[in-house]
Write a protein that binds this ligand. Structure first.
Ligand code: GLC
Ligand code: MG
Length: 577
């Protein structure tokens, strides 16, 4: 073939042994799928997706083998942050439908054996939430539901109590005329932070969990957990300023400060344990399959591992593993991939389950971030490593970021910047309508216009078309998913390694069963690798089980283990014979 055959050096080979999953709870090997309801399917043609749309299309989740789906918020909201600003925590927003619609969704999900997980936003509510209105009015019961401070007066001028800067730019404090005080908001001014140092808040929020669990939700994705607590105030009720981050020169930008007093406070972990107790309580009360928590935290690994629980408390079953999502870049080599995968597996407390995530509604899509020719590779990593797989809607067919002009931009994180900078802050490009078909608005809606524009590539990248293409991203996803039914993939050990800078490989094995080896050529050199010298006890011949469209080999072809040829960006799963 005239190919450049490389002499490969083997490094970083570490065997990992996972505890055998004696009792496999449903979620431990489950496929999770995130639905962003505004953009999944619009049933009433107002240009915004809704609950009935999800119900209509739930069979699609079954088609791609999903076990459970978490829905971004569907609760009553003025939509300042598209639902992450909740005004009524126990009701459905009319844009998404009614409580009856939600109940119908639950019933349909039950029929299809798909579990519905809701988004729970503990850090803040909307400023239009009844609790906030009462708090601002100083009503006794609610006055300490939020974080209030009269500020400090410097040279006769009133100023916010601290220098803290919010995630969406600018001061974390907004002056409230009615209450004559500042309130804290780690995100948008329309998202006031709840005060978790008030036990009534903790109880009220636990009741919200109970409400939805009793309705039939199987758990929650918990939003923005590291932001829930701020450092305790001193004896005078004041907080310290946060130190500068020398890397940033923009005093309005979140990155300008080191958030040592406003994120990852130890009480946060305790709160997750308290929420888990509610889960256990409702498991007792209602019986049936386990209910679960997935927690969103972009925190250091040692903190994330505490989310799982400690010796005495249970925590979140699934602390999102954003290791790959946050650290893998376009130029990352195979050593980096391997190291990040090891980081999680090697540090996980005994008996816990790993999870793998490459995308969500806040992050640039895989194909745009890492290249469209790495989409199958990422899906392969997520679906063939041990534990839980998590897929953001559209990643299974390879949707990519859609350019949205400044005029069309609606994400508050971008709108609070300016025309020059918004592109590096906007999350709109990953939230565009789901591409079902080549029909009007990609089959998402019959409306004249949709809340965000539909991707220009929808005639090529859509579910309907990809169903008919043997090696489309969608069909490869489905094959990988089917493979997860194999005992080896469900319960097997894993050995992860980089074979030189370009090839990531991992082997799944289980006594008495076939072994499976995922091999990914991350870059554009043709590679020839000797898997025999990398992995122990594999057969001299291996069989192709899943190939991508870069492969010259086909499914069921055989290869010698000591000379596996990989085309640029080829990603395959092989099995022993
Ligand atoms: C989380 C959500 C994000 C939202 C923020 C504030 O990070 O994923 O979309 O803007 O919390 O609720
Ligand atoms: Mg609609």
């Amino acid at each position: 073939m005239g190919a450049l055959v490389k002499i490969l050096t083997l490094s970083c080979l570490l065997a990992l042994t996972l505890p055998t999953l004696a009792e496999v709870g449903w979620w431990k090997t489950a496929q999770f799928y995130q639905i962003y309801p505004r953009s999944f399917k619009d049933s009433d043609d107002d240009g915004v997706g809704d609950i009935n749309g999800i119900t209509q299309q739930l069979a699609y989740l079954k088609e791609i083998g999903i076990t459970a789906t978490w829905l971004s918020p569907i609760f009553t909201s003025p939509m300042a942050d598209f639902g992450y600003d909740v005004a009524n925590l126990t009701d459905i927003d009319p844009i998404f439908g009614t409580m009856e619609d939600f109940e119908r969704l639950l019933a349909r999900a039950k029929e299809l054996d798909i579990k519905i997980i809701l988004d729970f936003v503990p850090n803040h509510t909307s400023d239009e939430c009844d609790w906030f209105i009462r708090s601002a009015a100083g009503e006794e019961e609610y006055k300490d539901f939020y974080v209030w401070h009269t500020g400090k007066v410097v040279n006769g001028i009133r100023q916010p109590p601290t220098n803290w800067i919010g995630v969406f730019r600018g001061s974390m404090w907004t002056w409230h005329e009615g209450r004559q005080a500042y309130y804290l908001h780690q995100f948008h001014a329309k998202q006031p932070d709840l005060n978790y140092r008030n036990p009534k808040v903790v109880e009220a929020m636990k009741d919200v969990l109970r409400f939805w669990l009793r309705k039939g939700a199987f758990g929650f994705r918990i939003d923005a957990v590291p932001h829930v607590y701020e450092v305790p105030a001193d004896a005078d009720g004041n907080w310290p300023d946060e130190p500068r981050n020398e890397n940033s020169n923009d005093p309005e930008d979140y990155g300008y400060l080191q958030h040592i007093y406003t994120t990852d406070q130890p009480e946060t972990i305790e709160l997750v344990y308290a929420f888990r107790e509610v889960i256990e309580e409702i498991d007792q009360e209602l019986g049936g399959d386990d209910r679960i928590l997935l927690t969103e935290a972009y925190s250091p690994l040692n903190i994330l591992m505490q989310y799982y629980g400690n010796g005495t408390h249970l925590g979140s079953q699934i602390p999102f593993n954003f290791n790959l999502l946050a650290n893998i870049g376009f130029d990352s080599d195979a050593y980096h991939y391997s190291e990040l995968i090891h980081n999680w597996l090697d540090n996980m407390p005994e008996g816990q389950v790993a999870n793998w995530v490459f995308g969500n509604h806040d992050q640039s899509r895989i194909g745009s971030r890492l290249g469209a020719d790495r989409i199958d590779a990422c899906n392969m990593i997520v679906l063939t490593l041990p534990g839980v797989s998590i897929t953001y809607q559209g990643e299974e067919m390879g949707m990519t970021d859609v350019f949205i002009s400044w005029e069309d931009t609606v994400d508050p994180q971008a709108c609070q910047t300016n025309e020059e900078e918004f592109e590096s802050h906007t999350r709109d490009p990953v939230r565009t309508p789901f591409q079902w078909s080549d029909e009007k608005n990609a089959g998402f809606s019959d409306a004249q216009s949709t809340w965000l524009p539909v991707g220009l590539d929808y005639k090529l990248v859509n579910v309907k078309r990809e169903r008919g293409i043997a090696l489309s991203h969608l069909n490869i996803y489905k094959q990988l998913r089917a493979l997860r039914d194999e005992p080896t993939l469900k319960q097997g050990d894993v050995t992860v390694t980089a074979i030189g800078p370009n090839v990531l490989a991992f082997k799944r094995s289980l006594a008495g069963q076939k072994s499976y080896i995922t091999v990914i050529n991350i870059n554009d050199d043709v590679e020839s690798i000797n898997l025999d010298s990398v992995f122990t006890s594999i057969s001299s011949q291996l069989q192709y089980v899943v190939v991508n469209d870069k492969s010259v080999r086909r499914k069921n072809d055989l290869t010698f283990a000591n000379s596996v040829l990989l085309m640029p960006k080829e990603a395959v799963v092989l099995s022993t014979v």
